[in-house]
Design a protein around this ligand. Structure first.
Ligand SMILES: NC(=O)c1ccc[n+]([C@@H]2O[C@H](COP(=O)([O-])OP(=O)(O)OC[C@H]3O[C@@H](n4cnc5c(N)ncnc54)[C@H](OP(=O)(O)O)[C@@H]3O)[C@@H](O)[C@H]2O)c1
Length: 308
């Protein structure tokens, strides 16, 4: 509970929902759904995390329904109108949706599966098709805002899929988000997340180079960042990662391994659509260097470690 900060929730009818994948992101997202009044059943591959979440919220004030846990995605999804999910990658997503114990096998016709994993647009379209065959609906809905955004319920959600399914999930997803937007047909949410990661990759390298340059020049970088963040160089990364770069702190945030997974998705998609991404491809290799330095789980701002 300590890591999830309850916030005012828009009044919305209580829905029976499931949440699959209780990682750094999924745990607070599931907690916000329960705190907003929804009837939540969770599933996690490592069951101890699901049990711990249920115990943490047992008897919590403001909770209308205790959080329950199930042993398989199928059991978690049974009777749920909406099934939310946030696992690691394409294969993990297939593992929790398809097969005899997958969520699709437990859902009733008309049910909506909402995937918050950062995955490929291809797997989104594949599962949209598989869901449709079963009379289910599928929305790809990757998120931006990081661990802090998940904890304080302020994520940005980029959605792809059908308008009616989107309309049915939007108000519920606003339990853990400040913006939930439909950007087009199935796969569009994942494509928008790729744009997000392309924009971040080059910017972070620029910020790392600026900070490393200033340090070599003998400047007080805390002061410099405070000044230039009031001008045209301002960015979310500068505001949230500038000082921790100066301090050499990277044991938090969005892991380099995840960023490399995301950039692989981006570069694969670019091969298909012909987009030219020279800077993104270069920064991807810089992240490979950071992994070699032992930084697999460091925050993505650790690009500066190559320069200092
Ligand atoms: N962390 C961030 O700042 C951030 C920001 C935006 C987007 N994202 C994206 O959100 C997704 C989740 O990130 P995270 O940081 O929450 O990751 P995480 O902490 O590593 O959690 C991953 C979750 O997926 C589950 N999982 C993995 N493989 C599975 C499988 N084959 N079957 C069933 N469950 C499986 C894990 O279960 P176990 O507990 O059993 O391992 C865990 O619950 C990723 O796609 C990531 O790129 C992350």
């Amino acid at each position: 509970m300590a890591s999830t900060q309850p916030r005012p929730y828009q009044p919305t009818p209580a829905r029976k929902v499931a949440f699959l994948g209780l990682g750094v992101m999924g745990t607070p997202m599931a907690a916000h759904l329960a705190l907003a009044g929804h009837d939540v059943t969770v599933y996690n591959r490592t069951a101890s995390k699901a049990i711990a979440l249920c115990a943490e919220y047992a008897g919590a004030s403001g909770l209308k329904h205790p959080i329950k846990h199930a042993d398989t995605p199928r059991l978690a999804a049974q009777g749920a109108e909406l099934v939310f999910c946030c696992v690691g990658n394409d294969d993990d997503l297939r593992a929790v949706t398809l097969g005899a114990d997958g969520a699709f096998a437990g859902m009733e016709p008309g049910g909506i599966f909402i995937d918050h994993t950062t995955a490929s647009a291809e797997v989104a379209r594949e599962l949209y098709g598989a869901a449709r065959t079963l009379g289910l609906r599928f929305i790809d809905a990757p998120v931006s805002g990081g661990q802090a955004g998940a904890q304080n319920g302020q994520l940005t959600v980029m959605c792809g899929g059908d308008a009616a399914a989107f309309a049915a999930m939007q108000s519920v997803a606003l339990s853990f988000a400040r913006a939930v937007t439909l950007l087009g047909a199935s796969g569009s949410g994942q494509l928008a997340k790729m744009v997000n990661q392309i924009c971040i990759a080059g910017l972070l390298e620029g910020l790392a180079e600026g900070v490393a340059f200033g340090q070599r020049a003998g400047l007080d970088m805390a002061q410099v960042l405070a000044v230039i963040s009031q001008g045209a160089a301002q960015s979310w990364q500068m505001e949230n990662r500038g000082q921790s770069m100066v301090d050499g702190k990277f044991d938090f945030g969005f892991a380099v391994d995840w960023m490399r997974k995301d950039l692989e998705l981006v570069l694969d998609e670019a091969k298909r659509n012909g987009a030219r991404l020279p800077v993104t491809a270069l920064v991807d290799q810089f992240y490979a260097d950071v992994q070699q330095l032992g930084g697999q789980r460091w925050d993505t701002s650790s690009l500066i470690k190559r320069l200092t």
